[in-house]
Write a protein that binds this ligand. Structure first.
Ligand code: ADP
Length: 739
C-alpha cells in the first residue's frame, strides 16, 4: 500500500510545471515566466500577450519549457499568442542576447530598441501586409451592362477581369467609391499578398573605372563573400571609399543577397543616399529616426521578406531582420554618433561586427580618420586593413598651415593673414569655408561693470546668447530664458556678448565681405525640415560664397568649389581632461580640412591658434592623421587606456551630490575584491551639474575582458539590493565614449 501511495507523488514530481520565458519591454534585469495554457501553441521568437501587474504587455517568447523562477501559484497564464511564425528569427535573438549580456542591459529594453514600435503594439503582422483586389465568382459572372450607369465601376471591373490589382494601383488609378460599391455588392474581394524578394535588373548607371588601390580593396572584400571577415578601409577624404562600397554591391545583388550600409547621421548625408539609389536597378531603402512608424515597419517587412536589396540606415538598422545579409558596410566608422548615448548604450559598429560573425558575411568599416579601436584591431590581426592613399580625382591633398594668433590684432576673430587669403580666393570666384564649433551668437553675456556672466541655473555651464531668437539657451539642458536687461550681480545695464559663435561670425562676415553670400550650417540654421538640403544645394552652385558652420561640416559632404578652409578656433579642445579628446580633435581637423580642394582646384587649410607649438597640432600638420593615430595609439598602450584595455563606467546622478559619491564609493569598495580591475574615481563629471542634478562617475579598467565583465555581473546583482540605489539615478556604460 505504501508503495502504491508513493507512485502518484513521483509522477507529479516528474511532470513538474514548466513555463515559457518571455522577454518583456520593461527596464528590469530579470526573467519573466508564464504558464502556457494547453490550448495554446507557440514557438520561440513569437509575440505573446501577457498580464504584468495591472497591465497587459506584449513580449517575445525567449525560451520554452523552463523550470519557472516562481512558484506554481504565482505563475500567470499567457493571454494570447500573436504570431504563428517568429517575428524575431534565431539569429537576431542570438544577437540581442549577446547585446544584453555584453552591455549588461535589461533584455526587454534591448528588444525595444530592436523592434519597430508598431510590432510592440501587438497587432498581427498580417494587418500590415499589403492587400490586393480581385473579382469574386459573381464578379466574374457579372454582366458588363449592369455597370452602364456607373462608368467608374465599369472601368475598375474591366481592369479586374484581366488581373488582380494591388492596393497602391487601385488607389492611384481608380475611384475609391467605385471600389467600395463593388465590394458592397460582393463583386470584388480583397486578399492579402506576400512581399516578394527583389529582382535585380543590373546597374542603372555605369560604374567608374577603379584606381589600382580601389580595385585591390574590392577584390579583397569580394573574396571574403560568404565568410565572416572584418576589413578597415582607410582612405583620405575624396579617395573614393564610397565608390568601393558601390562596386562591392552588384555581385551580391546577382546572388539575391542583401546589403546593410550604416551611416552615422542620415539626415546629414543626402548626397550619399542619392549615389546609392541612382546606381542600382534594385530597391534601396532608408532607415532612420525621422521615419514614421508606418515607414519603419514597411522597411522592416521589406528587409524580412528580402524585397529590400540595400538598406541605408542609422544605428538601429543593424537590428533589421534581413532574410539573407551578404555584406555590412559602415561609413565614417570613427563617428561618435554610432554609439547610442542614452538608455541602451550600444555601439553600432561593435554590434554590427557581431552580426556579421553570426551571418557569416564580411563587414567593411570605412573612414578617412579611423578610430583607434579599429586601428588597434588591425594591429592585433583581427581586422584586415585596406588603404586608399590618394584622392581618386588625382587632386593633391590640401596644404595645411598654422596661423599663430599670438600678438596679433584680430578682426572679428580672424587674423589679417586669414582675411587676406579669403579675399584672394573669393576674388577668384571660389568658395571659402570657416569652421567654428560653437553655435549661437556668443557663449555668454557678461556685465561690463562687475564681470558677472550669464549662467544656467540648473547646470554648471554658461548660457549661450542667441541673438535672432533673443534668448539665452543652455546647450546642456536646453533651458531657455529671455535675455535679461540688467546684470544679475550689480544691476548694471551694460551687458555685452563675450566670445564668438557662428551667428555672430555670420554677421561679421557680411560686414567684411558685403558682396559675398554667406551660408551658415549649424543645428539652428538646419532645424526646419528640408533646410539642410536646401543649404547644401546652395553650396553646390558655383560662384564666390562663404560657408560657415560647426562640426556638421565635417560629415562627409562633397563641396566641389571650396578652395580654402579656415579653422577659426579649436584651442579650447587642446587641453581637455578626456583621454579621447586628442583623437577626436585629430579626426575633426582632418575631416574639416578634407573639405578643401575636392573639385578641380587645389585646396588650402589655415588653422588659427594661440598654441602653434602644441604637439598635437604639430603632429597632425607635419605627419597627417595616420601617423598621428599611430603615436596616439602607442600612448594609449603606455598609459593602459582603451582600446588597449577594456573599460566600463558607472555614472550616478542626483540632486544631492553626496549621495552619488557615496553610491559610487560603495561600487568601488565592492569592486576592490577583484584587484586586477583598476579603478579611477569616484570623480565629479566634467559637467558637474546638469538640469539641477550633480553628476559623478567611476571608471573601471582591465586587461582582460572576461574578468571585467564577470565583476560587472556580480556588482549589478549587489547594486539592486542597496537602498541607496533607489535614491539616485545610475547607469553602467560599457566601452563608454563620452566621459
Ligand atoms: P570618399 O567616399 O573617400 O570621400 P568618393 O567615393 O566620394 O570618396 O569619391 C570622391 C570623388 O572622386 C567623387 O566625385 C567620385 O565620383 C570620384 N571618384 C571615386 N572613384 C573614382 C574613380 N575610380 N575614378 C574617377 N573618379 C572617382
Amino acid at each position: 500500500r505504501a508503495s502504491l501511495n508513493l507512485t502518484p507523488d513521483f509522477v507529479a514530481m516528474e511532470a513538474a510545471v514548466t513555463a515559457i520565458r518571455v522577454a518583456l519591454p520593461v527596464p528590469l534585469r530579470q526573467h519573466f515566466d508564464y504558464l502556457l495554457p494547453p490550448e495554446l501553441e507557440v514557438s520561440i521568437g513569437c509575440r505573446v500577450r501577457v498580464p504584468f501587474g495591472k497591465r497587459e504587455l506584449v513580449g517575445i517568447v525567449w525560451q520554452l519549457a523552463v523550470k519557472p523562477d516562481v512558484s506554481e501559484q504565482q505563475l500567470k497564464p499567457v493571454l494570447a499568442v500573436i504570431d504563428q511564425t517568429p517575428v524575431l528569427p534565431a539569429l537576431l535573438r542570438q544577437l540581442l542576447s549577446f547585446a544584453a549580456d555584453y552591455y549588461h542591459h535589461p533584455l526587454g529594453e534591448v528588444l525595444t530598441a530592436a523592434l519597430p514600435a508598431l510590432l510592440r503594439e501587438g497587432r498581427p503582422l498580417a494587418d500590415y501586409l499589403p492587400r490586393a483586389y480581385r473579382l469574386t465568382d459573381s464578379g466574374k459572372a457579372a454582366n458588363p451592362q449592369s455597370f452602364s450607369r456607373s462608368a467608374k465601376q465599369a472601368e475598375l471591373w474591366q481592369a479586374l477581369t484581366t488581373q488582380a490589382l494591388d492596393e497602391a494601383t487601385v488607389k492611384s488609378h481608380y475611384s475609391g467609391s467605385a471600389l467600395k460599391q463593388l465590394m458592397a455588392k460582393e463583386l470584388v474581394e480583397s486578399f492579402q499578398t506576400e512581399i516578394a524578394p527583389y529582382h535585380y535588373q543590373g546597374l542603372a548607371e555605369p560604374a567608374l573605372q577603379l584606381t589600382a588601390d580601389q580595385a585591390l580593396a574590392v577584390t579583397a572584400v569580394n573574396q571574403a563573400q560568404g565568410s565572416f571577415r572584418p576589413f578597415l578601409l582607410e582612405g583620405v577624404t575624396g579617395s573614393g571609399k564610397t565608390e568601393v562600397y558601390l562596386q562591392l554591391i552588384p555581385s551580391l545583388l546577382e546572388l539575391g543577397q542583401q546589403i546593410l550600409v550604416l551611416l552615422p547621421e542620415i539626415g546629414l548625408t543626402p548626397q550619399t543616399l542619392e549615389r546609392f539609389s541612382k546606381r542600382f536597378r534594385a530597391p534601396v531603402l532608408v532607415w532612420h529616426s525621422n521615419l514614421s512608424d508606418g515607414e519603419r515597419l514597411n522597411c522592416w517587412l521589406q528587409a524580412a521578406s528580402g524585397s529590400a536589396a540595400v538598406v541605408i540606415g542609422t544605428r538601429s538598422a543593424l537590428f533589421l531582420p534581413f532574410r539573407k545579409l551578404g555584406l555590412i558596410i559602415i561609413d565614417e566608422e570613427h563617428d561618435l554618433s554610432l554609439k547610442q548615448q542614452d538608455g541602451f548604450r550600444y555601439h553600432a559598429r561593435d554590434l554590427a561586427i557581431k552580426r556579421a560573425a553570426l551571418e557569416c558575411c564580411p563587414i567593411l568599416l570605412g573612414s578617412a580618420t579611423p578610430s583607434l579601436e579599429s586601428l588597434y584591431n588591425c594591429q592585433q590581426g583581427r581586422f584586415t586593413k585596406l588603404t586608399l592613399t590618394a584622392r581618386a580625382s588625382g587632386q593633391a591633398m590640401p596644404q595645411l598651415e598654422l596661423v599663430d594668433l599670438k600678438q596679433q590684432v584680430l578682426q572679428y576673430g580672424l587674423a589679417a593673414q586669414s582675411i587676406q587669403q579669403m579675399q584672394q580666393q573669393l576674388k577668384l570666384g571660389k568658395q571659402v569655408m570657416l569652421f567654428l564649433n560653437r553655435r549661437g551668437f556668443a557663449p555668454a553675456l557678461s556685465c561690463q561693470d562687475c564681470g558677472w556672466l550669464t549662467e544656467c541655473q540648473r547646470c554648471s555651464a554658461f548660457t549661450t546668447y542667441h541673438k535672432h531668437s533673443r534668448q539665452l539657451v543652455c546647450h546642456h539642458c536646453g533651458a531657455t530664458r529671455a535675455v535679461p536687461r540688467q546684470c544679475g550681480g550689480c544691476g548694471s545695464t551694460r551687458l555685452a556678448p563675450v566670445g564668438q559663435g557662428t551667428e555672430q561670425l555670420e554677421e561679421h562676415l557680411s560686414v567684411l565681405f558685403p558682396e559675398v553670400p554667406v551660408t551658415r550650417l549649424d543645428r539652428d540654421s538646419t532645424r526646419r525640415k528640408g533646410a539642410f538640403a536646401s543649404l547644401l544645394a546652395e553650396i553646390q552652385q558655383p560662384g564666390p560664397r562663404l560657408i560657415l558652420g560647426t562640426q556638421m561640416l565635417a560629415k562627409g559632404h562633397h563641396f566641389p568649389f571650396v578652395t580654402l578652409v579656415v579653422i577659426v578656433d579649436v584651442d579650447g579642445a587642446l587641453y581637455s581632461a578626456d583621454f579621447r579628446a586628442p583623437e577626436q580633435l585629430g579626426q575633426l581637423l582632418t575631416q574639416v580640412a578634407g573639405r578643401a580642394g575636392r573639385g578641380h582646384d587645389k585646396g588650402k587649410v589655415l588653422l588659427q591658434t594661440q598654441h602653434p607649438e602644441h604637439a598635437l597640432l604639430q603632429d597632425i600638420m607635419l605627419n597627417g592623421y595616420a601617423a598621428f593615430a599611430r603615436s596616439a595609439l602607442l600612448e594609449r598602450q603606455q598609459t593602459l587606456l582603451p582600446p588597449c584595455q577594456y573599460m566600463a563606467l558607472f555614472r550616478a546622478e542626483a540632486h544631492q551630490s553626496e549621495l552619488c559619491q557615496q553610491w559610487l564609493q560603495q561600487v568601488a569598495s565592492y569592486c576592490q575584491q577583484q584587484p586586477q580591475v583598476q579603478q579611477l574615481g569616484p570623480l565629479l563629471s566634467p559637467l558637474e551639474r546638469r538640469a539641477g542634478k550633480y553628476r559623478w562617475q567611476l571608471h573601471l579598467y582591465a586587461a582582460q575582458r572576461p574578468l571585467l565583465h564577470q565583476l560587472l555581473s556580480q556588482v549589478l546583482a549587489e547594486v539592486s539590493q542597496w537602498p541607496l540605489s533607489r535614491k539616485i539615478k545610475w547607469q553602467l556604460d560599457v566601452d563608454a565614449l563620452d566621459l
